[in-house]
Design a protein around this ligand. Sequence first.
Ligand code: UD1
Ligand code: CA
Length: 474
Amino acid sequence: MTRMAVILAAGQGKRMKSKLYKVLHPVCGKPMVGHVLEAVKGIGCERPVVIVGHGAEAVQQTLGDAAVYALQEQQLGTGHAVLQAAPVIGGAEGVTIVVCGDTPLVSSETLEALIALHEAEGAAATILTAELEQPAGYGRIVRGEDGSVHRIVEQKDCTPEQAAIREINTGTYCFDNRKLFEALGAVTNQNAQGEYYLTDVIGILQGRGERISASVASDPAESIGVNDRIALSEAERLMRLRIARRHQTDGVTIIDPASTYIEADVQIGPDTVLYPGTMLRGATVIGEDCVIGPAADLTDTTVGSGTAIRQSVAESAQLGSDCAVGPFAYLRPGTRLADHVKIGDFVEIKNAEIGAGSKVPHLSYVGDAIVGTGTNIGCGTITANYDGYNKSKTVIGDDAFIGSNSNLIAPVTIGHGAYVVAGSTVTHDVADGAVAIARARQVTKEGYADKLRGRARTKKEAAAKDKTKGGARE
Ligand code: UD1
Ligand code: CA
């Protein structure tokens, strides 16, 4: 049977108290509505209809052409929202999944099971429900004495007895598409909120003698509807553990999943170990056998296999295999490390390529540079790449040796196998195999230390005497 889907995403989300539209709030780095769209695509709905209203443009920009859009100009309720999809799918034969854009944890597996039950029971509507300890805020499932579903009552319309019901409506449903749109025409706004409730469709269909089915979610986490920031952090926590479990199942060791933050689209190879406090964000891809963390913060970064990164930050960086980074390194956008590179403590790299086997072990800044293979950049070396107006390039060849505390004033080229002695300020190119010394020659004065000390002492005593005189004058 044809599968269609409607995702409700037109509400403002007043309870979020936010400038950002509710369904765009990220959960583990991905907007809530993006998670929902993915779940829907996972069951073969290629062109779901997303109902947009508040922030329509922003929602459309976020999801792009992964969906078709129907505009709900005024937010008159969830029933009214679904009705906006009528011009797109209203007359079609098939089943329609309706899901809220603020339930980010709903999974493809659950939607698949919902459709299976719906079809097996020949139902007009099948509701995904959940048994909650704290049902407050959700619509309640009212069942008859024979256990069949009669209707859904919203929290604000509940009698005290109905409010005590713990089975809630998750806001995810499977409908016979034709019957859904027929029933929507009969929904009114005679209720506590003056809205056209989608949930009323259930009572209407039941009254017409149609079969209503309900499936209790095996994992109540899937039911979480995010209306405020408290629920947002709860959704984040549950999603975080779900993502961690997926990687663990695929062979990744996560020492402490509760304190390891892996965003939804991150990829990690097997036998990689993640230590606590690690954040892996965006399109980050990590190879096999890596050791990441503690406290590594990587965004949109690619890491080859066998690389170790401790207490460091990387953004839009590419790291090869068997590298060692940190502790306390900062790899900024455009960092490209070949294999077997060592980047040590307090090193910042920006828009620079470091060749295989090269080392930048301590306290350096390497920016706008190309460094060859097997080169050693001594402690405290900096590439002076910026004159206040222009950025210039430093090129260092293979097997070069840059002595400690060197300033390489760009644009400058240091040849293959060249040697820059410690403390040099290099302003001219150094040819292959050459040695550059660019520092003042040392002068040593024999026996002069005591003389220098004596002079300093006299100066201090004179100053002390001056102070006492000043005091007496007052
Ligand atoms: C809704 C259900 C409730 C269920 C809960 C599950 C109704 C009447 N109530 O309540 O039974 O327990 O979800 O989370 O359906 N939206 C629109 N247009 C509108 C109104 C809402 O697109 O005019 C969208 C919102 O953006 C949101 C979704 O529909 O993504 C649900 O709306 P919301 O106001 O959050 O409904 P709840 O009060 O949570
Ligand atoms: Ca909601």
